[in-house]
Design a protein around this ligand. Structure first.
Ligand code: CA
Length: 581
């Protein structure tokens, strides 16, 4: 590894003379959470806290926040814009629907270049044609595409430096997450759990795209390591064949790693969440179905799994455990917080994977009465699991009402953690679903569910709720309800603020201590993306992408009907204080 990096760096040396801007280094990425001049990674630092130490925009001044510029993604097709911008070297790199990426001049808002990935007709994204963001390394900006490729572009010119096919889009593979870079390794996952793909995490050389290792997330599959000539050696099987999966089902077992991962330099571990086991009908796969609906901690340089914690064993509700594992300090120790799709918030020792606490962050959970802190396992409520269709008429099992709905107590929208308040800010949704099981068999490229469903609101007046959650006590300190389901991410700052967007089109700033609304701005379309902030020339800026879409309009059942008046869009907005104009 060391030799390889030395060779690569030596090979790069001549480029330094023509480079327009400082190359992004490992040291810069490891310190990204403290870098106020740039936003170098998804999560505003690879730990994913989405916390900024900037204070110019604060509880007293935020009322004067006005637009600095806005940029349209254009194109005939808009759809969901779930992207977090990257800020580096005076440029914004922002991805958009249909696997597009733009480079924008930070000061003027002028377009520097764009790259539109040529997508085949037959791509199969489950949940809209979204992209959540890019990674930067060296002089490259790297992102994943809906046809399961990784593309690295020159930051200055937008020219392709390398392009790698990760897997077969015709089998249901795609990429929507922002790549993670940890210890000089580009680490990515795959989407496609609804098509019976096999989830995995991969490590690559970010400068060349060369594969370094693969680690499948379904028990029974072999992981590999690759030498500098691309020759593969077996790195060991994930788990033990058939230990938690029956028969052949592990071969199409899902557990997609579609949200990407976080990395904590203090533990040296990368954390990836895994999606539902496939198919949804749990009676076809008795057992825990490792490592679906779990958090796994990996060594970034080898892909070795250091620990795993399964949130929903033998999942029957599409409770993907893909959500971000956000590390933080509590009582002198390093923990990770995870607001799971299944309705429970987990606090886990970031080094060992030991469960410290688990508590609900939504009001209605029907599938389990709680999490046993000794065993780490949920206390299932057996009657609330949809039944085995082969035990009835053979066509359809009993319909049960389940909460949360499969779109989750929380979905792709990332939460934030403030070391200043010690609180997590979680974009939660309160909804339920009618769900039943049906027979299903695997067919390449076909939906592999074996279940039917209809999502329903639980309350007349709201679905979304931004909740401030104390990880020490498990208490909800405050909440701000929202009519539509929340689908954008959250950011918090040392200015005592929490920023988040709503499908109704607003970017809002609220008081981090009380949740009191202090500012809002109508962006012209729904916000389903996380905001960022940075400082340039003594001025603090805030940016957010606007463009309604994502999974809710496609899969939201009765909820989708409630929000079908919302208009699509595609733009990024940048704000600063009026006094700084
Ligand atoms: Ca899923």
């Amino acid at each position: 590894m060391k030799t390889r990096l030395t060779i690569l760096l030596a090979g790069l040396a001549p480029l330094a003379f023509i480079a327009q801007a400082a190359d992004i280094t490992n040291a810069m990425l490891e310190n990204a959470s403290k870098d106020t001049k740039n936003v170098l990674s998804f999560g505003m630092g690879s730990q994913g806290q989405r916390y900024s130490t900037l204070t110019q925009i604060n509880t007293k001044t935020v009322g004067q926040l006005v637009p600095a510029w806005s940029f349209s993604f254009g194109g005939e097709k808009q759809r969901g814009q779930e992207s977090q911008p990257i800020i580096a070297n005076g440029k914004m790199f922002v991805t958009a629907s249909y696997s597009r990426i733009f480079a924008i001049d930070l000061k003027t808002g002028n377009k520097l270049w764009k790259y539109e990935h040529r997508l085949p007709e037959a791509i199969m994204p489950c949940c809209d044609v979204v992209n959540r963001g890019a990674a930067v390394y060296g002089n490259l900006v790297i992102f994943g595409t809906l046809d399961a490729q990784l593309v690295a572009l020159d930051q200055d010119t937008g020219k392709i430096a390398w392009k790698e096919k990760v897997d077969d889009y015709a089998a249901g593979y795609s990429i929507t997450a922002a790549p993670l870079i940890a210890k000089g390794v580009l680490i990515t996952g795959v989407s496609g759990g609804e098509f019976g793909i096999v989830g995995r995490v991969e490590g690559r050389d970010p400068l060349t795209g060369d594969l370094l290792w693969t680690r499948p997330t379904v028990e029974g599959h072999m992981g590999y390591r690759y030498d500098k000539d691309g020759k593969a050696t077996e790195a060991g099987i994930t788990g033990t064949v058939n230990k938690s999966w029956p028969g052949e089902l592990w071969k199409t077992g899902g557990a997609s790693t579609w949200m990407g991962g976080t990395y904590d330099p203090t533990t040296g571990l990368a954390y990836f969440g895994t999606g539902n086991p496939a198919p949804w009908n749990s009676h076809l796969r008795p057992g825990d179905n490792l490592y679906s609906s779990s958090t796994i901690a990996l060594d970034p340089q080898t892909g070795q799994i250091k620990w795993a914690y399964q949130n929903t064993p033998n999942d029957s509700w599409d409770f993907d455990g893909a959500n971000e594992f956000v590390t933080f300090d509590m009582n002198g120790k390093r923990y990770g917080g995870k607001a799971d799709r299944n309705g429970f918030f987990y606090v886990i020792d970031a080094k060992t994977g030991q469960l410290q606490n688990a508590f609900p962050f939504v009001r209605k959970i029907t599938w389990a009465s709680g999490i046993d802190l000794k065993t780490g396992r949920p206390n299932f409520i057996a009657a609330n699991r949809p039944s085995d269709p082969t035990k009835g008429d053979g066509k359809k099992g009993s319909t049960v009402f389940a909460a949360p709905a499969f779109l989750g107590a929380k979905n792709q929208m990332p939460m934030a953690y403030s070391p200043q308040t010690g609180l997590f800010y979680v974009p939660a949704n309160e909804w339920g679903m009618e769900i039943w099981n049906e027979p299903i068999s695997y067919k390449k490229g076909g939906a592999y569910l074996g279940a039917g469903f209809t999502i329903k609101p639980l309350n007349e007046d709201y679905i979304g709720a931004l909740r401030a959650i104390d990880p020490k006590t498990g208490k909800i300190v405050w909440e701000d309800k929202n009519t539509a389901p929340l689908w954008g991410g959250v950011m918090t700052t040392a200015g005592g603020l929490v920023f988040y967007g709503t499908p109704e089109g607003y970017l809002k700033a609220v008081d981090a201590k009380s949740g009191k609304e202090l500012w809002k701005f109508q962006t012209g379309s729904g916000v389903v993306a996380p905001p960022v902030t940075w400082e340039d020339g003594g001025v603090q800026y805030v940016a957010v992408v606007s463009g309604w879409g994502g999974a809710v309009p496609l899969w939201g059942g009765e909820v989708a009907k409630k929000v079908n008046f919302l208009e699509q869009g595609g733009s990024v907005w940048v704000f600063k204080l009026a006094s700084k104009i």
